[in-house]
Design a protein around this ligand. Structure first.
Ligand SMILES: Cc1cc2nc3c(=O)[nH]c(=O)nc-3n(C[C@H](O)[C@H](O)[C@H](O)COP(=O)(O)O)c2cc1C
Length: 268
């Protein structure tokens, strides 16, 4: 593709991104909870404004009350203020956030009283990840409902799954406790970003057997991802960011294998 063609293709992709919005029946427009869910955006620029203590406590409470497999509550939440984050990680909370919570998939606590997962580390870890992720989403939406924005991070700032070993050491986590992501909370600075491109319903919903993938739709989605990333990250590019991930993931994969399956492939 020459320069002119690729510029044209980027413009089309950006136009598609701008046109993308939630599609629901107008009859449901007045549903506040639905609007909160559909209009939520990951925010990466925050005001220097504190989140009141009762608001932050309510966010944590939303995580504590999330649903979980057999009500095992396989999660822990490590909470930070800007000061404690700085002390722990020697840099600021990413994007100028005011509070941060590291979401940890945690079977250590339940195992002290109940042998729930004898010799099935993959199942144990999957259950813990599933439950802790639901708690994370509960917190995220509770925050949105109170006007607090957030972003979940698994790579940015060495605060998630791709740096699980680093965080385990920093927080002295026991076996069975795996950091998944950091949620950064704060009051958004500026207008919310446009919705990153979503796959159409026809690609992700099916009845009966799994359908064949529509390559053209997938290629259009990828073009939009690249164009959207490049325009919103002037100092970087989609290709550069992909390189960062690719450099980190093989180390992260071997660290995670050791965390989940133990050094010799057997769990503690
Ligand atoms: C588990 C998880 C990890 C994420 N990690 C990062 C990250 O490291 N850096 C970042 O800028 N965004 C991160 N995101 C945010 C996604 O990029 C974002 O959710 C996605 O582009 C969709 O945009 P939206 O949340 O505004 O709908 C993460 C999201 C999730 C759910």
């Amino acid at each position: 593709m020459d320069r002119k063609q690729s510029l044209f293709s980027a413009m089309i992709s950006l136009a598609r991104i701008i046109k993308g919005r939630p599609r629901i029946s107008p009859a449901l427009d007045g549903n506040a909870m639905l609007q909160t869910i559909l209009n939520r955006r990951s925010v990466r620029a925050f005001q220097a404004r504190s989140i009141p203590e009762e608001v932050f406590s309510a966010i944590i409470e939303a995580g504590r009350l999330a649903p979980s497999t057999v009500n095992l509550q396989t999660w822990s939440f490590a909470i930070f203020s800007p000061e404690t984050w700085q002390q722990s990680f020697s840099h600021k909370i990413p994007f100028g956030g005011n509070r941060a919570v590291i979401i940890i998939a945690d079977t250590y606590r339940a195992k002290q009283v109940l042998n729930v997962f004898p010799d099935c580390p993959l199942l144990e870890h999957t259950v813990a990840v599933m439950n802790a992720s639901l708690a994370a989403m509960n917190m995220n939406l509770a925050a949105e409902a109170m006007g607090v924005s957030s972003v979940m991070l698994s790579e940015t700032g060495r605060t998630g799954l791709l740096d699980a070993n680093y965080i385990r050491t920093k927080l002295n986590l026991p076996a069975g406790a795996v950091p998944l992501m950091t949620i950064v909370f704060g009051y958004a600075r500026g207008a919310p970003p446009p919705m990153p491109p979503r796959l159409p319903v026809t690609q992700i919903v099916f009845e009966g057997e799994y359908p064949s993938t529509d390559r053209l739709v997938m290629e259009s989605w990828l073009d939009q991802m690249v164009a959207g990333y490049n325009i919103s990250h002037p100092g970087s590019s989609f290709a550069k960011q992909l390189e960062v991930y690719q450099r980190k993931i093989s180390q992260a994969e071997s660290d995670l294998k050791e965390i989940v399956f133990g050094k010799n492939g057997d769990i503690d």
